[in-house]
Design a binder for this molecule. Structure first.
Ligand code: NAP
Length: 294
């Protein structure tokens, strides 16, 4: 019999991920702080819990897809939290992006409660979440990750085993450092070209026709052309993640000069009120810096 899956967090990512689990035939119960966001899953056939505790009481496997540490602490603790329910002996998979240090702390806390913890953030954004083509960066007990692969593969096209709990989050930090730098690079180059009188269409044509073409840049083409940045990966999450990257780099003695630069740029973007836009909106900061200089 398939496990009962409790999914906490119905944001941009959690909604399509839980929908794909439901589509694969699992019994699913969902919880979200803002109850309205559970309605689409309820219509699709999922049960809705009124507290995280109810999820822990009912599910065999719990999945969290939340903003970050503060949200995770909020759903785990307290009278109606996961740990107040029948979580002991069950599995909890955190797929939210957090730092490796936070993941290791979660592992210690959950072990003490006899909960098996899997640290499994994802690479990929809204569209791969909808298509079930995320890359899942799983860490924790290897035999449990292997056992859970059929469930994880409802949400992703590949599971990469990264090692003990914390290593999945370290892999995710590596990915988002590269992602943040690549996006800043594209925006800086396009802004440079615009200042030189080149059109965005012609620059994208050149970039995407040659060796610089990649999935990320293809995904952001329309945003660059329209100069509009509806959120796929909100800028506030990129800023959160680069903060974790810098902390982790410091703890491990890794040099991250470009990481420090992009942190300042994404922080300026937040100051410009761009937090809820896609992280590609960092282009607006480069434009306003150029306008100030010019
Ligand atoms: P999102 O749309 O902002 O959703 C955040 C979720 O966290 C919502 O369900 C929200 O509930 C919940 N939440 C926030 N604070 C809470 C609190 N204090 N107590 C309880 N619940 C709380 O975020 P998302 O884009 O789905 O991202 C989720 C995670 O995946 C993040 O860690 C992000 O970094 C990571 N990620 C995102 C992407 C992407 O492209 N979007 C890609 C890879 C990884 P409410 O609805 O009540 O606010």
């Amino acid at each position: 019999m398939k496990q009962k899956i409790g999914f906490i967090g119905m944001g941009i990512m959690g909604q399509p991920m839980s929908r794909n689990i439901l589509k694969a035939g699992y019994d699913v119960m969902v919880y979200n702080r803002t109850v309205e966001k559970t309605h689409p899953l309820k219509e699709a056939g999922a049960a809705v819990a009124s507290t995280p505790k109810e999820i822990a009481d009912w599910a065999d496997v719990m999945i969290l897809m939340l903003t970050g540490p503060e949200a995770i602490d909020a759903v785990l603790n307290g009278e109606t939290g996961v740990l107040a329910g029948k979580a002991s002996g069950k599995v909890l998979i955190n797929m939210s992006t957090v730092s490796p240090a936070y993941s290791r702390a979660m592992d210690r806390i959950l072990k003490a409660e006899s909960v098996v913890f899997i640290d499994a953030p994802v690479s990929g954004s809204k569209k791969p979440a909808e298509e079930g083509t995320l890359i899942i960066l799983a860490s924790g007990p290897e035999e449990k990750v292997t056992e859970l692969e059929p469930l994880l593969l409802c949400m992703g096209k590949k599971v990469v085993y990264c090692g003990e709990a914390g290593k999945g989050s370290a892999m995710k930090m590596m990915v988002n450092l590269l992602l943040g730098i690549m996006m800043e690079g594209l925006c800086e180059a396009i802004n440079f070209g615009q200042k030189c009188g080149l059109t965005v269409d012609s620059m994208l044509d050149v970039i995407l026709s040659g060796p610089l073409s990649c999935g990320l840049y293809n995904l952001k083409t329309e945003m660059m052309k329209q100069d509009e940045f509806p959120p796929q990966f909100p800028l506030k999450h990129m800023l959160k993640d680069i903060r974790f990257v810098l902390q982790t780099a410091d703890e491990n003695g890794a040099a991250t000069p470009a990481g420090h630069t992009i942190f300042q740029l994404y922080r300026q973007a937040q100051g410009h009120g761009l937090s809820d836009m896609d992280f590609a909106a960092v282009k607006k900061v480069l434009k306003s810096m150029s306008d100030e200089e010019g």
